[in-house]
Write a protein that binds this ligand. Structure first.
Ligand SMILES: [Zn+2]
Length: 316
C-alpha cells in the first residue's frame, strides 16, 4: 500500500503520522512547540518528519502533507498570515522542499482535517459536509457537491471568523469583535463564564490561576448543574447554535461534524444546540442537517494532510 507522511502543526505541538492510502495510521510522532518563531517551529516540524521517515514502515512514502494554521498560498505553501503562530509570509513549503526529496504539500490545518474527516471519517459517503473543529479557536472546512471548497485565495471555510456578535461580543484573535470563534470556542466558553460572573458572587468556578482555567472544567460543572457554569454554558450554546444555523443557511450541508477538544462534551453539546439550531433554520426544512461528533478526533489533521499528498493537493 502507498504511504505518505501527514503532519498536523498546532500552536503547542506538532504531530506526524505515517498514513496508508486507506487511512490506516502506521505510526505517530509528536513534539512540543515552546518557541513559535518560524525557525524554531520548522526545526520541530522537521524533527517529527525525520523520525517518521526513519521508521521502516515509512520506507515507501510518496510525499509529505502539512496542515498548518493560517491562510496559505496554494502552490508555494507560504503561510501568508497566521494569527495563532504570529507569522506573516512564512515560506514553509520552500523550507521543507529544500530539505526533503519527496513532494511537499502545505495547506490550512482545518481544511486538511475536513478532507480527512470527509474521506475516512464521519463525512464518508456524504456530498455536502461541514467540519468544525472547536478547540482554542474554531477551524472549519466545507465540502459541497463532493468537493472540498478552497476559495479564490484559499480562504473558503474560515467559518470561525464570521461575526455573530459584532456589537456586544468578545474580541477575536483576528482583531474583529464577536467572531464565531471568539464566542463559541473553548476560549469563548471561558469568556462567557467571566462575562456572567458578577451575577454569581458566591461561585468558585473561576477561582484558579488563569492559565489553569480550562473550558472542560466549566462544561463539567454545567453538567452537574452548577448555576454559574450553566449560565455560561447556555450563552455559549446559544452562540454555537447561531453559527451552526448560519452554516446551514450558507451551504445547506447534509451533516455538520463537530471535532476538536470541546467536542469531547459529546451528546451534552449536541443536545444543548439542536432545538435552537432548528428555531434559527428558516429556509431549509428543519432538522434535515444532521449534527454529529466527528469520528477521527485528533487524527483528522494528519490523515487529511497525508490524503492531500496522495491526491497531489487538497482537491484532485
Ligand atoms: Zn475572528
Amino acid at each position: 500500500m502507498r504511504k505518505a507522511i501527514g503532519v498536523d502543526l498546532g500552536g503547542s505541538h506538532v504531530t506526524a503520522g505515517i498514513i496508508g492510502e486507506d487511512g490506516t495510521i502506521f505510526g505517530q510522532f509528536e513534539q512540543d512547540i515552546e518557541d513559535r518563531s518560524f525557525d524554531a517551529v520548522v526545526a520541530s516540524l522537521q524533527g517529527v518528519v525525520d523520525n517518521a521517515l526513519k521508521d521502516g514502515k515509512a520506507k515507501d512514502a510518496i510525499g509529505i502533507g502539512v496542515g498548518s494554521p493560517g491562510n496559505i498560498e496554494r502552490e508555494s505553501g507560504v503561510v501568508l498570515y497566521s494569527p495563532n503562530l504570529l507569522w506573516t509570509n512564512a515560506p514553509l513549503g520552500e523550507r521543507l522542499r529544500t530539505r526533503y526529496a519527496l513532494p511537499v504539500f502545505v495547506a490550512n490545518d482545518a481544511r486538511c482535517a475536513t478532507l480527512g474527516e470527509h474521506i475516512f471519517g464521519s463525512g464518508k459517503g456524504t456530498q455536502d459536509f461541514v467540519l468544525l473543529t472547536i478547540g482554542t479557536g474554531i477551524g472549519g472546512g466545507i465540502v459541497s457537491g463532493g468537493r472540498l471548497l478552497i476559495g479564490h485565495r484559499a480562504g473558503a471555510g474560515e467559518i470561525g471568523h464570521h461575526q455573530i456578535r459584532p456589537t456586544d461580543g468578545f474580541i477575536c484573535a483576528c482583531g474583529k469583535i464577536g467572531c464565531f470563534e471568539a464566542q463559541a470556542s473553548g476560549t469563548g466558553l471561558i469568556r462567557h463564564a467571566f462575562a456572567v460572573a458578577a451575577s454569581f458572587p458566591r461561585s468558585q468556578l473561576l477561582d484558579r490561576e488563569r492559565d489553569k482555567l480550562g473550558s472542560k472544567a466549566i462544561r463539567r460543572a454545567a453538567q452537574t448543574g452548577d448555576a454559574h457554569a450553566s449560565a455560561a454554558w447556555r450563552n455559549f450554546a446559544a452562540d454555537l447554535a447561531l453559527g451552526l444555523a448560519n452554516i446551514i443557511a450558507f451551504v445547506n450541508p447534509e451533516l455538520i461534524a463537530l471535532g476538536g477538544g470541546v467536542s469531547s462534551a459529546g451528546d451534552f453539546m449536541l443536545d444543548s444546540v439542536r432545538a435552537r439550531v432548528d428555531e434559527l433554520t428558516t429556509m431549509v426544512p428543519r432538522g434535515t442537517t444532521r449534527l454529529e461528533i466527528a469520528k477521527l478526533g485528533n487524527d483528522a489533521g494528519q490523515v487529511g494532510a497525508a490524503t492531500m499528498a496522495f491526491q497531489g493537493g487538497l482537491t484532485r
